[in-house]
Design a protein around this ligand. Structure first.
Ligand SMILES: [Ca+2]
Length: 137
């Protein structure tokens, strides 16, 4: 999938003049970096140390954001929708805190394990990438 994307990108650049290709590559540097979370692992056990993790991502423009956190079986356990312009959906770096609780399927602290955070932007729900988050109480 990623390789196919890369090859289609190279093919696309091949069709452009050298000048246009330079412009595309310059614009590419401004693309949002993949989301990360810190601290990771985190330990939501109410001991006051690393009880939450902050999901950090960069947006090239303000747009509606949907954040999904999945368990290892692919079930959505936490979801947040942030309207364009609010904290978490602004140009530049955005930070959203997750406390390790499920927002769906009850609100308890989730079991230890790997969770996948996925961030989708805009009406087209374009993926900004995904981050693996390790929850270790
Ligand atoms: Ca802790």
């Amino acid at each position: 999938m990623r390789r196919a994307y890369l090859w289609s990108g190279i093919l696309f650049l091949g069709l452009l003049s050298a000048c246009q290709a330079a412009e595309v590559l310059a614009a590419d540097n401004d693309l949002p970096r993949p989301p990360v979370s810190a601290p990771n692992p985190f330990s939501p056990n109410a001991d006051g140390v690393d009880d939450t993790t902050t999901i950090i991502y960069q947006l090239a423009r303000a747009e509606d954001i949907n954040i999904y956190i999945y368990d290892i079986n692919g079930n959505v356990v936490w979801r947040r929708s942030i309207p364009d312009g609010q904290e978490g959906a602004r140009v530049g770096l955005n930070r959203v805190i997750w406390d390790g609780r499920a927002s769906l399927r009850g609100d308890g602290v989730l079991p230890n394990g790997v969770y996948i955070c996925r961030i989708l932007a805009g009406a087209s729900k374009k993926s900004l990438g995904r981050a693996k988050i390790l929850l270790l109480k």
